[in-house]
Design a binder for this molecule. Structure first.
Ligand code: IMP
Length: 187
């Protein structure tokens, strides 16, 4: 580990807090999409841990009485940016042809909404693929940093303006595997 690498300073959201809230989100999403097929669209790479836990908190056929279930399909997108720009410039669908979201219910699963540029870019792109509905679920929301307005349907936690890592979120590809969310000490 290099001497200049910032260290996670303090736990902002504990593992148990994350898991409790994700169970609540899963129950809410299960109710909202009852008896429908839902495409969970994970935004790589930050949403991976959240995606894995959220998908297991959404009731599948195996856990519920007959007639009460949400059929889930997993899909992923990756967004890339130009050099030195935080605004995304390209969406890459990891799987599927251009018509695979057509007339489907899609739920974007994001790690964090900060300026809102990523979500705006992705939403506009998805609209061209003609899905039936598109909603957004983000684990974290930093509303104080918003530069463009975006609609978010499910929010895990609103957080203050701090750089956070863990539970999928990184600093220079580090810390993604922390089981909690921590504030990074960049001093
Ligand atoms: P946007 O500013 O809303 O477009 O957010 C784009 C991306 O920036 C998010 O999906 C994260 O990958 C990253 N990001 C924003 N804030 C943080 C943070 O506090 N920690 C780690 N990554 C962040």
């Amino acid at each position: 580990m290099s001497a200049t690498k910032p260290l996670p300073e303090s736990v902002l959201i504990s593992e148990s807090c994350l898991q409790n809230r994700i169970r609540e989100l899963g129950t809410q999403i299960s109710t909202d999409y009852e008896n429908r097929e839902l495409i969970l669209l994970g935004v790589l790479r930050g949403s991976v841990l959240f995606f894995a836990d959220l998908s297991r908190a959404i009731f599948g056929a195996q856990l519920t009485d007959a007639g009460r279930e949400v059929q889930i399909r997993f899909e992923f997108v990756q967004l890339t940016s130009y050099h030195n720009s935080r605004k995304p410039s390209r969406v890459q669908l990891i799987h599927g042809g251009s018509d695979y979201l057509e007339q489907r219910h899609v739920l974007i699963v994001e790690d964090i909404v900060d300026t809102g540029h990523t979500l705006k870019f992705l939403s506009e792109y998805l609209r061209t693929l003609n899905p039936k509905t598109v909603k957004v679920c983000t684990l974290l929301d930093k509303p104080s940093q918003r530069q463009v307005p975006v609609a978010i349907d499910y929010i895990g936690f609103e957080i203050p303006d701090a750089f956070v890592v863990g539970y999928g979120l990184d600093y220079a590809q580090q810390y993604r595997n922390l089981p909690y969310i921590a504030v990074l000490d960049e001093t």
